[in-house]
Every structure is written in structure tokens, then in C-alpha cells.
Design a protein around this ligand. Sequence first.
Ligand SMILES: Nc1ncnc2c1ncn2[C@@H]1O[C@H](COP(=O)(O)OP(=O)(O)O)[C@@H](O)[C@H]1O
Ligand SMILES: O=C(O)C1=C[C@@H](OP(=O)(O)O)[C@@H](O)[C@H](O)C1
Ligand SMILES: [Mg+2]
Length: 186
Amino acid sequence: MVITLIGYRGCGKTSVARLLAERLGWDWIDADVVIEQNAGQSIKEIFDTEGEPGFRQRERETIHQLLQQDQLILASGGGAILNEQTRTDMQASGPVVWLNAPAETLAERIEADALSQSQRPSLTGKSISAEVAEVLEQREPLYRETATVIIDAAASSPEQIARKIEQVITEQQQHKHSEQDKGNLS
Ligand SMILES: Nc1ncnc2c1ncn2[C@@H]1O[C@H](COP(=O)(O)OP(=O)(O)O)[C@@H](O)[C@H]1O
Ligand SMILES: O=C(O)C1=C[C@@H](OP(=O)(O)O)[C@@H](O)[C@H](O)C1
Ligand SMILES: [Mg+2]
């Protein structure tokens, strides 16, 4: 089983993946890091040389491969859910957790995180706040449709979020097993 974290840039996928993996004693991996390692280029360089379509193809292939693993927390890139096959692959591999936060919170975090700003290409050429508002609105239905768990990622710390995810997924798994037991008895 792979637990995949989805959501817009700045929602905390990378921070929470590490903490959740520690809690469960699982491995964790950031899909963007694997894409960069496989390409021998930064994400910005891939966008420059291959354009967004080239990056998206690499992203789809990388996530497909990573989802073959077991006991893994996968931090996906903010746009990974744009690909239909990736959405289906994520759901087939285990719980998909959307870290949901309002555009204002995301823009504040991205603006404060100078390192991430320097490493991520602009998607629209607009200011950070305008880009987050516009792109989040387009993607929100896809995050909602893909998620099997939705977590409020604005009001609490990454530690609290990791704890909440563990709790919700444990409850879902127990429910699933008790439903299977009922099926076996009937
Ligand atoms: N729940 C949170 N509360 C406050 N700041 C957070 C929270 N989650 C993440 N951050 C901060 O927001 C920035 C982006 O977090 P990151 O984990 O890299 O997000 P993502 O991988 O989704 O882009 C980092 O500076 C991180 O410290
Ligand atoms: O939202 C996006 O389209 C992207 C988000 C980035 O990942 P993070 O969400 O981890 O920053 C990275 O995959 C790439 O720059 C594209
Ligand atoms: Mg990240």
C-alpha cells in the first residue's frame, strides 16, 4: 500500500510525508526529487528544455513506478493530479490524502519559502498570489475527486496533520476489514 499526499504547492506534502512516515515506520519519497534524479536536471531546467508537457510525462512515469512499492508515503507534485492515469493509479494503490488550504495561506507560505520559490518554475508568469488563486481554482475539482481523505492543512502544524492522517486512515482500514469480515460470514 502507498499513501499518496496531494495538494497545491505549499500545502505541506513534503513536510507531512516525512512525519507520517516516521509515525508509521514506513519509507517516504518526494516524486519531484526522483524526477530530478532520473533526469539529471532540476525541475526548472526540465521546464526550460522540455516544456511543461515534457515534465508532466516524466511525472506520470515516475509516479507510476513509485506506486509499485509497499509501505511508502509518496509526496506528489502539486500538478500530478492533472493526469487521469495518475489519478487512477494513486487511488488503486492506497489512500490519497488531499492537504487542503485556502489560496491566501498557500501564497503566504510560498512567498515565505525563498528556497522553494527559486526551485519551482512559474506556471502562469503572474504574481504568486494571482497564480495560486487562478491555478487552485482550476485544480480544486481534481484534488477533491482524487482524494479519499481530505484534511484541513491550514489551521494546524505538520505534526498535528500527520497524527490526524494516521488516525483517519487507521479508522478507514478497520472499517474496511470489518465490512470484509461481514461479507465472509454471510
Ligand atoms: N501545516 C503547516 N503550517 C505552517 N507552515 C507549513 C505547514 N506545512 C508546511 N508549511 C511550510 O510551508 C512551506 C511549504 O511546505 P512543503 O512541505 O514544502 O509543501 P509542498 O511539498 O506541498 O509544496 C514550507 O516552508 C513549510 O515549512
Ligand atoms: O503545481 C505544480 O504544477 C508543480 C508543483 C511542484 O511540486 P510541489 O507541489 O511539491 O512544489 C513541481 O512538481 C512542479 O514545479 C510543478
Ligand atoms: Mg514538495
